[in-house]
Design a binder for this molecule. Structure first.
Ligand code: NI
Length: 167
């Protein structure tokens, strides 16, 4: 397994729309394992392939306390959603920035598992937020896109300053 470098907002590669996975094979399983290792090491609760500059529709999530409930979603698609919730979100690609985003309270997601079998999952709360956040990444969206223009400008300025300090 290997740790993968995570793209930082506003890197334009975060705007690419990921392609569906045609076949779940060994190389895809390796990608998912590397993404999981990268997510745990960061540490974070979710990571989309887009964030490691791989533009395939793959997401890893673990919202458990014990970090022992890894979920891998290949070609995830939200088929139903209802309700509204607003939770504080952060993102490994937007370090140090947290803000409230309005999302659906419950979602049903259809996806392939690592055996290539079609699965369906009903999720609510934090897991539902995380699924919506990660699918946004696959569509080239970042959570700050949901915030006001003023906040987005402040975030860009702050991250540009951080990049100068650490570069
Ligand atoms: Ni994110």
């Amino acid at each position: 397994m290997a740790l993968l470098p995570i793209l930082r907002f506003p890197d334009p590669r975060l705007r690419k729309v990921a392609s569906p996975v045609a076949r779940v094979d060994d190389s895809l399983c390796r990608l998912a394992a590397d993404m999981a290792e990268t997510m745990y090491e960061a540490p974070g609760i979710g990571l989309a392939a887009t964030q490691v500059d791989v533009h395939k529709r793959v997401v890893v999530i673990d919202v458990s306390e014990g970090k022992d409930d890894l979920r891998v979603f290949v070609n995830p698609e939200i088929v139903t959603c209802d309700g509204l919730q607003s939770g504080e979100e952060g993102c490994l690609s937007v370090p140090g920035v947290y803000d409230k985003v309005e999302r659906a309270e419950r979602v049903t997601v259809r996806y392939l598992d690592l055996e290539g079998n079609e699965q369906q999952l009903e999720a609510d709360g934090l897991l539902a937020i995380c699924i919506q956040h990660e699918i946004d990444h696959l569509d080239g969206k970042v959570f700050v896109d949901h915030l006001s223009q003023l906040k987005q400008t402040r975030i860009r300025t702050r991250l540009a300053k951080q990049a100068r300090v650490t570069a």
